[in-house]
Design a protein around this ligand. Structure first.
Ligand SMILES: Nc1ncnc2c1ncn2[C@@H]1O[C@H](COP(=O)(O)OP(=O)(O)OP(=O)(O)O)[C@@H](O)[C@H]1O
Length: 506
């Protein structure tokens, strides 16, 4: 194997946190190399050092046998290193081709044509003229990947590339990655999904608490081997939920038609659902089929006027016209898909982020913030959900992706809401923490909360939901009991075939 990239004793600290400690890593040419580890193990930091976003405090980097200093992403790109980030780096107010033109030279019309070609060739279809803010997370990721590929990289770094992709696109992406490898491109692949690593990677390096704990051949290792190496002990199995009684209606959407203001948005057609206390309803579907529009109507970000206000009811009251705060006052809690920006404010401390949604827990009296309560609640979130961070004063942006997600889930779950709506509850979370989050959701349901989950991961929905509905082209399928359906049937709805068959029969 010819070596493409070699790291010797690379270290990086943030203040007192040693994110990477004396890392040695060798990536061969034409290899798909996994880097795995728990949330906060130091994977993203390591990738930022290789891509020149951050500089190492110590150690050396060799690229094709030469020692190099990669002092900026531009320098990395000149060497032939491309990276797709976990938190996307696109400008929301620009369209796809304008974003790509920022790093890829060429005339707009040529770029637009090449974007379409790449999309068709690699299963990464996206409209070059669409504004980024109107795109789903999955579509944004496609743009990021296309942008990297258009620079013909020798090494492509993908930080959790599959977490926002529907199952079909994951398979296509894997085909793309294998094709790239066969053409001589190496890939550094971060994922928490051990099956994926076993399916496409030919080498793996495991990090624990900032250090390399070893290499393992993912083609021959089992998922349990990988997990054991990652967390240093065996995984505990999930406990199935107990049978439970249903209570009152907590969220009702009644044959709602809604055309969003955004010209690239998805129009919702006759959407109906009914969620009661003590059950978990899952919304399956490929991203970009109206999930964003549906969630905004539920969260209060989009409001309805006139008689349409009665079409969304929470805790028995029409809420279509109410804003987010008024809905929260009724016992509604919400975990959005976008962690930074919507779920948390990146340059605010965790304690202040707690205040954003948990202020009603005695944290504000007579207009004054009770800092002791705010910190208490924040500490409880950190301890209860094993958020790996120094404490309540740390800025949200300084948490690793998975740890920020755990924090936001903790903040909302500890509110003890009557109704909880979560988008992608375990996105970016390591397998141990994902299991714990699912267990907490089931326990919350058993305690009487009504829970709505939108997830791209069918296996997750099957594991914890009592019922499923599928969103396709802005329409919601009938409710299907999880115990009486299967992934093939849900897959047919996801591709819009099931409803067509039903129409044909009718
Ligand atoms: N800019 C920063 N300032 C302070 N601490 C940071 C910063 N970036 C990362 N850290 C800390 O460094 C450690 C490693 O974080 P990193 O993001 O590399 O982990 P990760 O393995 O990628 O985790 P995840 O799987 O959750 O994405 C964590 O303890 C994190 O809190």
């Amino acid at each position: 194997m010819t070596t493409l990239l070699r790291l010797h004793g690379v270290s990086k600290s943030y203040g007192t946190v040693a994110a990477n400690k004396a890392i040695d890593l060798t990536v061969g040419e034409a290899s798909i190399h996994a880097v795995l580890g728990e949330n906060g193990a130091g994977k993203s930091t390591l990738m930022k050092l290789i891509y020149g976003v951050e500089q190492p405090d110590a150690g050396r980097i060799e690229w094709q046998g030469q020692e190099v200093r990669i002092d900026s992403p531009a320098a990395a790109r000149r060497l032939g290193i491309g990276m797709v980030f976990q938190h996307f780096s696109l400008f929301e107010t620009l369209n796809v081709v304008e974003n790509i033109a920022l790093v890829v030279p060429g005339k707009r019309s040529d770029l637009a044509r090449r974007i379409r070609e790449f999309g068709a060739r690699f299963g990464l279809e996206v409209d070059p003229l669409a504004l980024v803010h109107s795109l789903s997370m999955g579509e944004r990721q496609r743009v990021e990947i296309i942008r990297c590929l258009m620079l013909n990289p020798k090494l492509l770094i993908l930080d959790e590339p599959t977490s926002v992709l529907p199952p079909q696109s994951v398979l296509r992406l894997f085909e793309t990655l294998k094709l790239l490898r066969d053409e001589g491109v190496s890939i550094l692949f971060i994922s928490h999904k051990l099956d994926e690593i076993r399916a496409i990677c030919d080498a793996a390096t495991v990090l624990r608490a900032g250090q390399v704990v070893g290499g393992i051949d993912p083609r021959t290792a089992s998922s349990a081997d990988l997990a054991r190496m990652m967390i240093g002990r065996d995984m505990i199995a999930a406990t199935p939920g107990a049978p439970h009684d249903l209570g009152e209606e907590r969220l009702v959407i009644d044959a709602l038609d809604h055309a969003p203001d955004d010209p690239y948005g998805v129009t919702l057609k006759g959407v109906g659902l009914n969620l009661r206390a003590g059950e978990i309803l899952g919304i399956a579907g490929i991203s970009g089929n109206g999930q964003k529009e549906l969630v905004r109507l539920i969260s209060g970000e989009t409001r309805l006027s006139g008689t349409a206000r009665d079409k969304v009811r929470m805790m028995g009251r029409p809420v279509g016209h109410l804003g987010a705060a008024a809905r929260r006052a009724l016992g509604f809690a919400f975990v959005p898909e976008e962690r930074l920006g919507r779920g948390a404010v990146s340059d605010m401390s965790l304690a202040d982020n707690t205040l954003l949604t948990a202020h009603s827990r005695g944290m504000v009296r007579g207009g004054l913030i009770n800092r002791a309560r705010e910190r208490d609640y924040t500490r409880r979130c950190i301890a209860d959900f094993d958020v790996r961070t120094a404490g309540p004063d740390v800025e949200a942006a300084n948490l690793s992706g998975g740890n920020l997600q755990k924090f936001i889930m903790a903040r909302e779950i500890l509110l003890g809401p009557k109704l909880l709506v979560c988008s992608q509850p375990t996105w970016g979370v390591d397998i141990g923490a994902a299991l714990e989050i699912r267990r907490r959701l089931v326990a919350l349901r058993d305690a009487g909360t009504a829970i709505l989950i939108l997830s791209d991961e069918l296996s997750e929905l099957f594991e914890i939901c009592d019922r499923l509905q599928v969103l396709y082209h802005g329409e919601l399928s009938p409710s299907l009991e999880t115990a009486r359906t299967n992934s093939a049937e849900i897959g047919e709805y996801m591709l819009g075939r099931a409803s067509k068959e039903a129409e044909n029969v009718a």
